[in-house]
Ligand binder design. Sequence first.
Ligand code: GAL
Length: 369
Amino acid sequence: MRRIAIAVVASTMSLSLAGCGMLGASENSSSATPTRSNDVTVGVLMPEKTNTRYADFDYPIIKKKVAELTQNKGRTEYANADGEAKAQLTQMQKMIDEKVDVILLDAVDSKSIAAMVQKAKDADIPVIAYDRLAQGPIDGYVSFDNELVGEVQGRTLVEAIPNVQASDKIVMVNGSPTDPNAGQFKAGALNELSGRVTVAKSYDTDKWSPEVAEANMTKAIEALGVSNISGVYSANDAMAGGIIKALKAAGVSSGDLPPITGQDAELAAVQRILSGEQFMSVYKPYPSEAEAAAEAAVAKVQGRDLQFDALTRDRVDSPTKKDIPAKLVTVVALTKDNLKSTIIADGIYKVSEICTAKYKAACQALDLI
Ligand code: GAL
């Protein structure tokens, strides 16, 4: 899946062509898609609401960038499927019926959406898969490096277990089986965990549900005994919240929780990192992903093929399409040590949002306030 094309020379060339005004010349002449005005409509389909990133960051950033790229003439149309694959089919059909110019699709179910992607193609509406690699004839893919997400989680977990030994038992709580990212997170994590710890229990989690994660963690505790669990791999923050509830219900105090991973840098998770309840999260710089997607979508509609190509120099394969032009953004482990240089520096949260009364002492200790 991860085949990164190193094409620095070519990308510099096309940027300098753009700088000389030559890009405009080639756009207007022989390009297959004629150049369009700024009056574009970008359909944006997001997958769920339990996880706060989509409504708080992804969509607002895309919306703002589309406006900026089109001198406020372009607009976005937004729908969130709230974890329901069927709802997303209806939402996408509606956008096709309304003849939006391009669709950014973050699929609930990457497989069952493929027929709808084909319908969009038949209606001449380009589809760019966003964050999750939808199947079907997509035109491009903008995401984070998802295998790297899993590697970062796995490596940080191993390093957090004191005097770690291969016999140390960990519980693995993975994401939704209909989300291809979940499989990549798991594969990346296993690269780091295998041979260094023992994965004693492993679960997939329907719809990334924190309640399902909590119930599975309760089962793992019953089977293994809470004192035999050296760490928990949770694929995201919302599920880490459920897992911590299960551990507390089994009598573990806040200060005695084993290292637990997460992903998404949700505000509640950042506060758990401060209080020591959650060891880490993965910070995915949403502005980089969302702005790149907006740029690719607008370039595609406006027929600026060279710009689209320059933005999507990586290549990925889906089960139904090979060599998909892609952009994969890198990620970082988020721990107590780098809150300042990541989420705070990027303006994801204000210090005042993170450092509420309950977290004041922890914030002072880290020099955040
Ligand atoms: C993934 C996404 C993550 C997280 C997760 C749970 O597909 O890449 O950032 O949002 O879904 O909802």
